[in-house]
Design a protein around this ligand. Structure first.
Ligand code: PLP
Length: 427
């Protein structure tokens, strides 16, 4: 089936791209500058009428569809009633409902509370605020290859210099980085990698100075790195024994992306605080910190919040998203995607020497190339883009292609996208 009418990007996109240069700051990039006019779950239709197959979900956001009918309906209904009051001024019920859902769905059956924000970075900032306030300690421990956002504190928490940190310092103090678990490269078991990280914390920071360990259960921008089995439980145990808060950043991994509501569910790890965003609200800006009631309630009134945090339209979208995830069992859908994609990619890997690893869980899947430079990943991504398939790259060395299809993508569309990717890998 031919989905493309023009070269990608097409003439109208190129015109917009030229106009953009005079209007939009150059520091904002676009992976594939085909300007989008509409979407239909796994398809993005650009202004030239090209149908692009979406294997990126706007970086793990449109998990439940684009647009998901229940989200569109909820947003329309809410915007007709009121668009904003500021929850800190005059509250509304949907904020409560989103918090109740988060308290119910996040790992652990203890009593929880939530607070809502606009972006992932803002949620991470606030998790650190809460952890410092409650523990009375200042140090925050993060990991090699970690990514937590682009604000000043979250840049400090993020590992990679280019493009995230370069010439944007000085960064927030009291942030300490320790080695992560990267099974392909370190060859360590989970408990061994955890002992290495814990030794670094104890030697270089001191448990008594540490407010929180902030960790992505599967590292996203760093390369879709799944830690070896046992790593996360060992870190969580150490935190519990030392009064350090275990903060899970599930902004990319959350909301059915890995075949369970949260990636921590896989090993039964229960965090003290968890940050969520991206997949929570079908693309409307919403983020949250959810945590143990006694921790969350320890902060004084007015200490947390923001003008837009938990905006009613975003809350309506979140409730529509969560309903869709439950009704369509998108955890099962993510697991089916895993089976399809891993099966196909592993078969491809046997035919070429350029692939070092095929990995991932649910619909968060990756190809790491043997070459530790961005060249091969960039070439493969470019070939896919030219054929109308949206794939993203990631990794500390830029040598990883990551796949994040919407969980509702039809099987035939996924297969079509994988055909193109396979062709690009074997070219
Ligand atoms: C794990 C993780 N944390 C934090 C963020 C930052 O989220 P946002 O871009 O919404 O600020 C991201 C975004 O990619 C992420 O993947």
């Amino acid at each position: 089936m031919t989905r493309l009418r023009t070269a990608i990007p097409g003439p109208q996109s190129l015109e917009l791209q030229a106009r953009r240069k005079g209007a939009v700051a150059a520091g904002v990039g676009s992976t594939l500058p085909a300007y989008i006019d509409s979407a239909d779950d796994g398809l993005l239709i650009d202004v030239d009428g090209n149908q692009l197959i979406d294997l990126g979900s706007g970086i793990a956001v449109t998990n439940a569809g684009n647009p998901a009918p229940a989200v569109a309906e909820a947003v329309h209904a809410q915007i007709d009633r009121f668009s904003h009051t500021c929850f800190m001024i005059t509250p509304y019920e949907s904020y409560l409902e989103v918090c109740e859902q988060l308290n119910d769905l996040t790992p652990g059956d203890h009593e929880k509370r939530s607070v809502l924000f606009n972006s992932g970075a803002e949620a991470v900032e606030n998790a650190v605020k809460i952890a410092r306030h409650v523990t009375g300690r200042q140090a925050v421990v993060v990991f090699d290859h970690g990514y937590h956002g682009r604000t000043n504190l979250t840049m400090a928490l993020t590992a990679k210099n280019m493009p995230y940190k370069h010439r944007f310092g000085p960064f927030a103090p009291e942030v300490y980085r320790v080695p992560a678990s990267y099974p392909l490269h370190d060859g360590l078991t989970g408990p061994e990698a955890a002992s290495r990280a814990i030794a670094a914390i104890e030697k270089q920071v001191g448990a008594d100075n540490t407010a929180a360990v902030v960790i992505e259960p599967i590292q996203g921008e760093g390369g879709f790195i799944e830690p070896a089995e046992g790593f996360l439980p060992a870190i969580a145990r150490w935190c519990r024994d030392r009064g350090v808060l275990f903060v899970a950043d599930e902004i990319q991994t959350g909301f059915c992306r890995t075949g369970s509501w949260f990636a921590l569910d896989h090993e039964g790890v229960v965090p003290d605080l968890i940050t969520t965003a991206k997949g929570i609200a079908g693309g409307l800006p919403l983020a949250a910190v959810t945590g143990r009631a006694e921790i969350m309630d320890a902060v004084h009134v007015g200490g947390l919040g923001g003008t837009y945090g938990g905006n009613p339209v975003a809350c309506a979208a979140a409730l529509g998203t969560i309903r869709t995830m439950r009704e369509r069992d998108l955890n099962a859908a993510a697991r089916r995607i895993e089976e399809t994609v891993l099966g196909r990619l592993r078969a491809v890997a046997e035919k070429t020497g350029i692939i070092a690893d095929i990995r991932g869980r649910g619909a968060m899947l990756a190809i790491e190339f043997t070459e530790r430079t961005p060249d091969v990943a960039a070439r493969v991504a470019k070939a896919c883009h030219e054929q109308g398939v949206v794939v993203l790259t990631c990794g500390t060395y830029g040598n990883v292609i990551r796949l994040l299809p919407p969980l509702v993508i039809p099987d035939d569309l996924l297969a079509e996208g994988l055909d193109v990717l396979e062709g690009a890998l074997l070219a």
